[in-house]
Write a protein that binds this ligand. Structure first.
Ligand code: S3P
Length: 170
């Protein structure tokens, strides 16, 4: 059973996935390998719609596996992806308020996210508002991430017992 981490850019999906599963899969890294270029370059050359199609194909494939998956923040945009995620047994929403996420994104010096780079703070806040119900709708577990360190969050998630496959959908 795959275990998915979802949440807005900057919520810590990849960092936390690494602590939960040594063999975690980072969808953005996978996509850059499949597309043979950075996500930023792919957006510039082929557009977002083409990126989203590749993202859906990869999600469908990865959900057949058994690892922790760090999804991209926009994975919930597509109704098809939301439906795929809802069929998955465990989806953990890493929730934080917009100001916390925005501050983290500004601090990320290796910033490679085309949507962040192209958008104003107001546009990102609006995207966050739009996506929030989508993250909620696919989540089986919601974790508020801004109150704890990554290590503490990993311990909390492990302590829930949901990674063992005992979790049932709400
Ligand atoms: C995106 C988030 C990114 C990446 C792409 C698009 C988004 O992933 O998939 O740049 O639409 O929010 P992270 O959430 O890991 O930054």
């Amino acid at each position: 059973m795959a275990k998915c981490l979802v949440g807005f850019m900057g919520s810590g999906k990849s960092s936390l996935a690494r602590l939960l599963d040594e063999q975690f899969i980072d969808m953005d890294v996978c996509l850059e390998n499949i597309l043979e270029m950075s996500i930023t370059d792919y957006f510039a050359l082929h557009g977002e719609a083409s990126f989203r199609a590749a993202e859906t194909a990869l999600l469908e494939q990865l959900l057949q596996g058994d690892h922790v998956i760090a999804t991209g923040g926009g994975v919930v945009n597509s109704p098809v992806n939301r439906s795929l995620l809802k069929q998955s047994e465990l989806v953990i929403y890493l929730k934080a308020d917009f100001d916390t996420l925005y501050a983290r994104l500004l601090q990320d010096v290796s910033q490679k996210r085309p949507i962040f780079l192209q958008s104003s703070k107001e546009e990102l806040a609006s995207l966050f508002q739009q996506r929030q119900p989508y993250y909620e709708s696919v989540a089986t577990v919601t974790i508020e991430v801004s109150r704890l360190s990554l290590d503490e969050l990993a311990q909390e998630i492990k302590g829930l017992g949901v990674l063992s496959g005992k979790e049932t959908k709400k």
